[in-house]
Design a protein around this ligand. Structure first.
Ligand SMILES: [Mg+2]
Length: 127
């Protein structure tokens, strides 16, 4: 089971929508960051079980943040959330070590799937 979730997105509204779309009584400790650099810092501090990562952000974008976090923790479970789902973006994100890319805006369905797939991936890397 996932115990914690880090939401990295420069839009407070986008972060709020994600939180609203989470299943009821998810029981997750939620951490938030407003850009990739904050996301890396929050990851380092809290070591969340799952990270949802926006791509387009100031200071440090999501590509760089995924790369940094996977550098810190090669088993970090990260799902990218973006409106830009071109094949080359999806591939680049995958090459950087993200689990998969989900399309923005999120829905209850897409977030339920993210938590399920995230939990599966997390269970596999747990010792
Ligand atoms: Mg953004």
């Amino acid at each position: 089971m996932l115990k914690s979730l880090l939401i990295v997105d420069d839009s407070p509204v986008a972060r709020m929508i994600i939180k609203k779309c989470l299943p009821a009584e998810h029981g997750l400790q939620i951490y938030e960051a407003g850009n990739g650099q904050e996301g890396v810092e929050q990851y380092r501090t809290h070591n969340p079980d799952l990270t949802l990562m926006d791509l387009t952000m100031p200071i440090m974008n999501g590509f760089e943040a995924v790369e940094h976090i996977r550098g810190l923790d090669p088993e970090a479970v990260i799902i990218v959330s973006t409106a830009d789902i071109q094949e080359k973006v999806i591939q680049r994100v995958k090459d950087l070590g993200a689990l998969y890319t989900m399309k923005k805006p999120p829905s209850k369905k897409s977030l339920t799937e993210a938590l399920e797939r995230g939990a599966e991936a997390f269970a596999q890397v747990q010792k």
